[in-house]
Design a protein. Sequence first.
Length: 407
Amino acid sequence: MQSVEKRRRAALAVVGLVAGLVVAAAAPAGAVPADPGPSAGEVARAGAEAREQSRRLGAATARLAEAEAELESLTTRAEKLIEAYNGEMVLLARAEERHRAATEQVRAAEAEVEDARRAVAALAAQSYGGMDPAMVMMARMGGGADTGYLQRMSVMTHVGSGQAELLGQLRDAREVLAVLREQAQDAYGEQQAAARRAAEAKRAAEQAVAEQVAETRGLAAERAVLEQRADRARSTAERLARERQAALERARLERARRAAARRDRARNGGRGSGGPGGSGWATGSSARGDIAADWALTQLGKPYVWAADGPNSYDCSGLTMRAWERVGIRLDHWTGTQWTSGPHVRLNELRRGDLVFFGRITRNPGDIHHVGIYIGGGMMVHAPRTGDVVRIAPIWRSDLVGATRPT
């Protein structure tokens, strides 16, 4: 049984190998895939993910804005309540001062009552035969005596006007004492209640603000995470789109070059493009230009960095310098001398690999400030500016000044 299974697997392997050889023989040598690089589906999915992350970021941003607005409102309300509390504390301090003053007045009134009581008691002791026992009892009593009863006592008929005045002073002092005590206690109690209410409102406002601050911070942290995700998703979508564009462009240029090579072979009787009368597409300076241009296309998507010359980042002249270095031609890392690195060519005679320059032609070489490498079809590869990446772009700009073919 095992030998049968082994024979079956071997047969399947042979069939697979034959099928692979048939497919390989059917495809032209060096054929370009129909859909090179990231697929359209991958680019579409990356774009959809970037849009979804952007939507989530937008929703989180809206929630954070609402929370910040609510926090501002609560903070304003808390500030008002805190100031109201501060005001009540000022009033409470003043009430405490008034209470202390009233307490002093109460103590003074109590002393006056005591003096009047003693005077009445002395009066009773000096009266002829002594006073009515009821009057003596009232003179010795404190604030609970019935002052109306004193007025009704028949003993008043036995004392002089000075003695009656002493009894009146005792009565008045007791009444004043009672009023002062009541006023001092009421005022202080009311202010204490107001201060407690203000303190409770202040605590509630501060707690609401603290809770809103915590919620706002949480939303801000959530937004920061979503912002990072959205940035990564956008970067991925943009990178895949650039890679696909570059792959399609390379495929298009490869097809064009192969078509030109076939035309050259046909014109040369099958001798190839390097023979007499060939177009020079595959040999000489044109071949070197193709190699330089093809290499530049492999650098698409790498970031522009001022004064960089690879391998992970470039500026414009650093990219072109490294491209022509691939075919053994050394260029300075400067557009000023790259402009004079070979013969100038007419724009209608451009070949792949030629350097195209931008700026102004003056006696100052520094006025030519940008360079790209021509890849055909009116397009170039270049490192544009800070914040951008190596990319494909049209050469037809208002500041295009000419082209050079390095030698």
